[in-house]
Design a protein around this ligand. Structure first.
Ligand code: ACO
Length: 333
């Protein structure tokens, strides 16, 4: 599903991110499960991840990231009209985490809701918000990817617990004025035939947690990593190519690719297939692991604030996650 460049251009006015203080290194994980720093680094590139404090929820992290994005955009919380939180680790099943964020920000003029598209959620949110602004429904939007995956990881399963971390990233979107950048093209897709590859099987209506099954860790992430890996490379490559082409650009025009931060080998494979050298691909998974919907949002904020993206340059964001879902965006910064 794609969109052409819209009549009313939409830009990113500000970005922000938040990472909890607590660092969990590979050496720390060696003490929890049968693994080694060497295995984790060579198979994934991850060296450490952040873990939310007790009492620190997805909505807290989302709010911190949002405050930074709003400050950079120069827009007051009370002037935000739409808040979308992308998360698979909501504070509560209902109400939406976006409602808690609205409350914490005091953004009471905003419509607020969550979307669930796993690691692809931030770019799903970007496409939805861009279209709603472009169509005139809203003047601006706050989109947030936020996850407390540490609450949904089976800390006895070495196949998954080494991969994930907590954090949040945000962006403020608004109608672009003269001299602003523009979100040129967005693209997203879903393959529901692959729901079994990556899921949290328990805790929903299909399998409520009961006293009988509580010990089976059903409300934690389960993944067939090898299969997910193959789909991730194919789908992200195709998705990135689509937005580059629809923006009338070529790979040579892209100053920076900001991909989902799941595995360095996946990122290297995509860069190779897109014919984009490693120095034009942003990575930070070494520090944070896979923070699902937050990952690309945190990476975008770090790229923005570190000067890795300069005004007028073209950036491609591309993501992949449970569902299976994928999405991409091409942006003139
Ligand atoms: N430490 C040591 N050994 C391990 C560990 C570990 N932490 N985890 C698995 N192993 C073992 C396995 O048991 C297996 O042993 P065996 O051969 O004796 O059975 C061996 O290592 C190899 O396992 P593989 O699954 O073949 O390892 P692979 O090279 O595929 O790497 C990984 C696994 C890192 C999970 C990789 O497949 C991957 O990154 N997949 C994609 C994940 C992803 O992109 N997710 C994105 C979406 S996340 C979301 O939406 C929330």
């Amino acid at each position: 599903m794609s969109d052409a460049t819209s009549a009313v251009p939409v830009c990113i006015a500000g970005t922000g991110s938040y990472l909890p203080e607590k660092v969990l290194t590979n050496a720390d994980i060696e003490k929890i499960v049968d693994t080694t720093d060497e295995w984790i680094v060579t198979r994934t590139g991850i060296r450490e991840r952040r873990i939310a404090a007790e009492g620190e929820f997805t909505s807290h992290m989302a709010t911190h990231a949002a405050e930074k994005a709003l400050a950079q955009a120069g827009i007051a919380a009370e002037d935000i009209q739409l808040i979308i939180v992308a998360t698979i680790t909501p504070d509560t099943l209902t109400p939406a985490t976006a409602c808690y964020v609205q409350q914490r920000l005091g953004a009471f003029g905003a419509v607020a809701f969550d979307i669930s598209a796993a690691c692809s959620g931030f770019l799903y949110s970007m496409k939805i918000a861009k279209r709603l602004i472009s169509d005139g429904a809203f003047e601006n939007a706050l989109i947030i990817g936020a996850e407390k995956l540490s609450s949904f990881v089976n800390w006895e399963d070495r196949n998954t617990c080494v991969l994930f971390g907590d954090g949040a990233g945000a962006a403020v979107l608004k109608k672009a004025g003269p001299g602003d950048g523009e979100i040129l093209a967005t693209e997203m897709g879903t393959d529901g035939r692959q729901t079994h590859l990556l899921n949290i099987p328990g805790g929903g209506s299909a399998c409520p947690i009961t006293t009988e099954n509580a010990d089976q860790r059903l409300a934690t992430l389960a993944m067939l990593g090898k299969e997910v890996f193959k789909h991730a490379v194919t789908r992200m490559k195709q998705s990135a190519e689509k937005v580059i082409e629809r923006s009338n650009l070529t790979a040579d025009d892209i100053a920076l690719v900001v991909p989902h931060q799941a595995n360095l080998r996946i990122i290297d494979a995509i860069a190779d297939r897109l014919d984009i050298p490693a120095e034009r691909v942003f990575t930070n998974l070494q520090k944070y692991g896979n923070t699902s919907a937050a990952a690309v949002a945190i990476a975008l904020d770090e790229a923005n604030r570190s000067g890795a993206i300069k005004k007028g340059e073209h950036v491609v964001l591309v993501v992949f996650g449970a569902g299976l879902t994928w999405a991409a965006a091409a942006i003139r910064w």
